[in-house]
Design a protein around this ligand. Structure first.
Ligand SMILES: Cc1cc2nc3c(=O)[nH]c(=O)nc-3n(C[C@H](O)[C@H](O)[C@H](O)COP(=O)(O)OP(=O)(O)OC[C@H]3O[C@@H](n4cnc5c(N)ncnc54)[C@H](O)[C@@H]3O)c2cc1C
Length: 304
């Protein structure tokens, strides 16, 4: 993960408030949330269960300004409206199963219960608006914390349900995979769908930026700020490719091409993945070709 000055674990009201206040104070802060949404126990949804601007609170609903001024102050500070809990009319009381429910006039309530207009989710939205997207990482569960000499190291586990695999017909990458190392160093790997000539004319920096933008589109804002971007254009490496390869296409098809002819046939044995009769262009092809070359060389040496 990024090394931020302060990591806030959990984006409930407490974590969100903390993160945005630290950010406002100029602190390099990263807010990590295990769920795929902000708010924690605050959850305001519409009748389809989707988070809503004018929904129903399934978690906290009320605050009590006189008893708990802190919450009232926050609602005011965030510029949010609030309204008094609807309570006009009689209260129904069900005492026993064999009795009908009874109505009675409610006792006078000292403390007014207030609701936030739009639901308490409005508080979450207003606080989140104060924090840039790249300061928030959803779907990131903190699994462990370890004290290190210069700070605290967090072990994270992604819970956002995305595998890191993507396919794109937009590009520049056409196929993307999670390339995280066994030790947990996170990375994406992608195959470019842009031809060698076009890659050259676009230039490395612009191409890298287009790839990062694409990762942001596909995997969210956190992907927009990688620690590093590495680009290896094999077509430009003379130890791998020739000028002819720049217009080349996919993996070669398996064939029985004779790679060496004439006088050279007795002296030269070719062994490369592309010369393999099976799986050419793959690792397996390289091994098949090598085995074939070894057998051919040994046979020739024996018959000499
Ligand atoms: C049904 C209900 C009704 C309530 N009604 C009221 C009310 O009317 N008025 C009132 O004042 N209070 C009410 N409350 C209490 C109020 O909801 C909580 O006090 C408050 O929301 C707690 O906020 P928090 O940020 O401390 O914790 P939480 O909202 O629980 O936030 C903790 C966050 O940490 C995340 N997290 C946990 N573990 C990890 C991890 N390992 N890695 C990363 N993230 C992690 C969680 O996903 C969560 O988002 C109610 C609560 C419930 C459930």
């Amino acid at each position: 993960m990024n090394s931020s000055k302060v990591a806030v674990v959990g984006a409930g009201l407490a974590g969100l408030y903390t993160a945005q206040a630290l950010h406002a104070a100029g602190v390099d802060v990263l807010l990590l949330e295990g769920r795929n949404r902000l708010g924690g126990r605050i959850l305001t949804v519409d009748d389809g269960g989707t988070p809503s601007d004018d929904g129903f609170d399934l978690g906290p609903s009320w605050f009590w300004p006189e008893m708990q001024p802190t919450m009232a102050e926050l609602v005011t500070e965030l510029g949010l409206d609030s309204f008094i809990q609807h309570s006009t009319g009689d209260v129904v009381f069900e005492r026993m199963s064999r009795e009908r429910p009874q109505r009675f006039s409610p006792a006078y309530e000292n403390q007014q219960s207030m609701r936030v207009s739009g639901g308490t989710g409005a508080v979450v939205r207003a606080l989140a608006a104060r924090l840039p997207d790249e300061r928030i990482r959803l779907g990131t569960q903190v699994r462990a914390m370890a004290l290190r000499q210069h700070g605290v190291e967090l072990s994270l586990r992604g819970t956002d349900g995305l595998s890191g695999t993507a396919q794109s017909m937009v590009g520049p990458m056409v196929e993307i995979h999670d390339s995280t190392t066994k030790s947990g160093r996170a990375a994406f790997f992608g195959f470019l769908g842009v031809g060698a000539e076009q890659r050259k004319s676009v230039g490395e920096e612009a191409l890298k930026q287009a790839c990062v933008d694409q990762l942001g589109r596909l995997f969210g804002p956190a992907a927009l700020t990688p620690r590093a971007t590495l680009l290896k254009d094999w077509a430009g490496d003379p130890f791998t490719a020739t000028a002819d390869d720049r217009t080349g296409g996919d993996h070669p098809t398996p064939g029985s091409s004779r790679w060496v002819g004439g006088e050279w046939e007795r002296r030269l044995v070719m062994a490369g993945s592309e010369t393999s009769p099976s799986e050419p262009g793959y690792l397996a092809g390289a091994v098949v070709a090598a085995k074939q070359a070894v057998s051919e060389i040994l046979t020739r040496l024996e018959t000499k």
